[in-house]
Ligand binder design. Structure first.
Ligand code: KG4
Ligand code: ZN
Length: 411
């Protein structure tokens, strides 16, 4: 099965062409192309993703990225065949209807895509949600137009399901290609992104249940907001992590004994201790909004005496410690209670090295006979390869052309 997958749920425009062959649950995978075009620099100026700007960029990017993906996959053939005028009119009318709200994309579609011959693919996978509605719609309508033009089935994909399956891809050695694992179910997945924080129990392919989730801000959102409070850039995850490392020295151990330099002076003087919201609650839910507010008050008080530059590493470190501690504790609790045979981490925040290390150690220590899966660091952020995987594994049937974006889609 050869899938062309499209992802536009947030600020990455991504297209992948992936071939699956062999046993259904452990196919051999060939990645013909996996292109991600990030808009992050553009949104950074505004301190976060601006939905209509993302929509505009997706419209600009998609036709070029598609051509590049097909070319890399050796599937790009331009037709010089001219359709009879009556057929052309029908085609244009249908496309005009599909792109009613994306006139910019319609123009580009007519110019760059219309003459591409139907490539050798079996289906088009498309992220329908969750995500930013204007951004999602661009991808959904683009996929619909291609499905119509090329007469291919559409497979709707849940973005978070994509993050889950991204951890199924593993490299077996240095510079080797990706292989698909066949992990044991039940799988307990901690999915942490900019918009979502969920503990998902998967009892089989396509059989999911959310057992816990954030009651307010997502983990990635908390990193982004705290970074803004500290006067650091967007996205917050990588910058917070880099600040924290200035006193962390890569060793994840109790900070009070290890901290040194300016950071530790502040720690000792003020005994910075941020809350661990819901750490001991009996459910598997999270809350990060209070933690962010606690950082806000801390900065407000301490910055009367210290410059923000001096405060940053210590606060970043304590915030990261607090967020990681609750994420790890709740995941372990759920993995134990649901007798998970595999514990999995996925989503943009899965790039965080402290979270990766701490969850790995906790699973090894506390969940016997289980396997821990994390995505390759290149696949933590949004990409279309994970969407192709989710389309392949979720077993969803061909969708009707009437599908639409679902900004609040849930597992
Ligand atoms: O999954 P993702 O790429 O996009 C969404 O689906 O939202 O996740 C983006 C989020 C952002 O909030 C970003 O700050 C966070 O992932 N992130 C990190 C790190 N790298 C990215 N959070 C913590 N540590 C990181 N190293
Ligand atoms: Zn994502």
């Amino acid at each position: 099965m050869r899938i062309l997958a499209i992802e536009t749920s947030c600020d990455e425009t991504a297209i992948a062409v992936v071939d699956f062959a062999g046993p259904k649950t452990r196919p051999a995978i060939k990645i013909f192309s996996n292109i991600v075009s990030s808009q992050v620099k553009l949104h950074a100026k505004f301190g976060g993703v601006v939905p209509n700007l993302a929509k505009r960029e997706h419209q600009r990017n998609l036709p070029f990225i598609l051509k590049r993906a097909l070319k890399e996959s050796k599937l790009l053939k331009i037709s010089n065949f001219q359709f009879p005028i009556s057929k052309q009119i029908l085609k244009i009318q249908t496309l005009e209807k599909i792109f009613e709200r994306e006139p910019e994309l319609l123009k580009r579609f007519k110019k760059y895509i219309l003459l591409i011959q139907s490539p050798k693919i079996d289906a088009i996978a498309i992220t329908i949600g969750p995500g930013l509605a204007p951004a999602l719609w661009v991808g959904v309508n683009f996929a619909k137009a291609l499905a119509y033009l090329w007469k291919k089935p559409l497979i709707p994909v849940n973005h978070m399901e994509g993050h889950l399956y991204s951890a199924f891809l593993q490299k077996s050695g240095e510079n080797s290609n990706f292989q698909i694992l066949n992990p044991k179910f039940p799988i307990l997945a901690l999915l942490v992104s900019g918009g979502h924080t969920e503990l998902v129990l998967a009892r089989g392919y396509g059989k999911y249940k959310i057992v816990g989730e954030t009651l307010d801000d997502a983990a990635g959102e908390a990193f982004d907001k705290v970074a803004r409070i500290l006067g650091l850039g967007y996205p917050g995850g990588p910058v917070i992590s880099a600040e924290a490392k200035k006193i962390l020295n890569s060793k994840p151990a109790p900070y009070r004994s290890e901290a040194s330099g300016t950071g530790s002076e502040i720690l000792n003087k003020f005994q910075i201790k941020l809350p661990r919201p819901m750490l001991n609650s009996k459910d598997y839910n999270f809350s990060f909004s209070g933690l962010k507010t606690a950082v806000l008050y801390l900065v407000r008080d301490l910055s009367k005496k210290y410059s923000i530059k001096v405060l940053r590493p210590t606060i970043a470190r304590e915030f990261q410690d607090a967020a990681v501690e609750v994420l790890v504790k709740k995941t372990i609790k759920a993995a134990k209670d649901y007798k998970a045979k595999t514990v999995l981490l996925g989503g943009g925040v899965a790039a965080n090295s402290l979270l990766r290390h701490r969850l790995f150690s906790a699973v090894a220590r506390e969940i016997l006979n289980s396997k821990f899966l994390i995505p390759d660091s290149s696949l933590c952020g949004d990409n279309a390869l994970m969407i192709a995987l989710a389309a392949y594994f979720s077993g969803k049937k061909k969708a009707p052309m009437s599908i639409g974006a679902e900004a609040n889609l849930r597992f």
